[in-house]
Design a protein around this ligand. Sequence first.
Ligand code: BEZ
Length: 393
Amino acid sequence: MTPAPIQWPAVKALAAAAALLCGAAAPAQGLPPLKVGLMLPATGTYAALGTAIENGFRLHVAEQGGKLGGREITFFKVDDESDPAKATDNVNKLIKRDGVDVVVGSVHSGVALAMARAVKASRTLLIVPNAGADAVTGPMCAPNIFRSSFSNWQPGYAMGQVMAAKGHKKAIAITWKYAAGEEMVRGFREAFEKAGGQVVKELTLPFPNVEFQALLTEIAAARPDAVFSFFAGGGAVKFVKDYAAAGLKKGIPLYGTGFLTDGTLEAQGADAEGVLTTLHYADALDTPRDQAFRLAYAKAYKLQPDVYAVQGYDAAQMLGAGLAAVKGDLNHRDDLIKAIESARIDSPRGAFTLSASHNPVQDIYLRQVVGRENKAVGVASKALADPGRGCRM
Ligand code: BEZ
């Protein structure tokens, strides 16, 4: 099927024609505000993650004087409820009803997969500020799809290397049964088994179920050397607390991708103390760039930022890099895409570039919970690039 053309308002077409005559991008003056569609969860177990992403995105825009590439921004918002069944309708509200220029979303991998399908058809620019679904920068990759966060494979793979290096031989993996958990476990298994470990059991429960008791009883009975886990948001809070309450924490060390303890430590309290995780961000990285970001975020929102805030901030930076190259004129689509592809994003996590499939190539930190912080204790995997399996661009 031929992709539907983007519905450009007449004023944009005129600006494009003028720019073509001049052989360069027209300046942003005279262009209407850029329409940015935020498709994030505002309800459910991932609601806080959606808020942090939006806060981070808006912070970067505010730092640029309320403009990106010289253009004012108008936001359109949809609460996607982290529900893949509603995702196609939700993203089409932004694309077809609101006529947004760019979609930014979402948190849940299943939702992001539906969004990627929709923007492949409409050719709308999409920046994914969290969801790690491997396919988005794998078989579904496309020139108009970018990610400012991670692929599910990345932090899982890094943790496989860490746990093997610690001498663990037999591990149980536990997660929600959907793309994020399954793919993080797959990445973990790939590295852990390559290094001689064995994943003896994969335990799952449906998203966003938090009835962990039966699975914790299974872990206690199997007595593995260690446990690898993926949970996030409200589910991660309950899992870490239940794991400790079941008396497992001392005898069977708990590890995870960093979502297990990011943005959750106030609620997890002492039950999270000492837990090791892998992620592309950590608290107190102690770089001038991160310190400036954390200060600005705390001042703006009276909250400490987390990895989700960083990913939202960097989604805005990526969009800004593209728009700056075309002076805000999205009719220079190929130049805008090239500019994002070649950008070096000055992220609070550390500067990163994008892989050929448009996913960050980034250091994955090993972090340990100390008090209310995920302290970086080392780099688990330097400049780790997702393999982008199946991506043909
Ligand atoms: C995901 O569904 O891709 C996801 C959700 C929360 C944290 C990390 C990944």
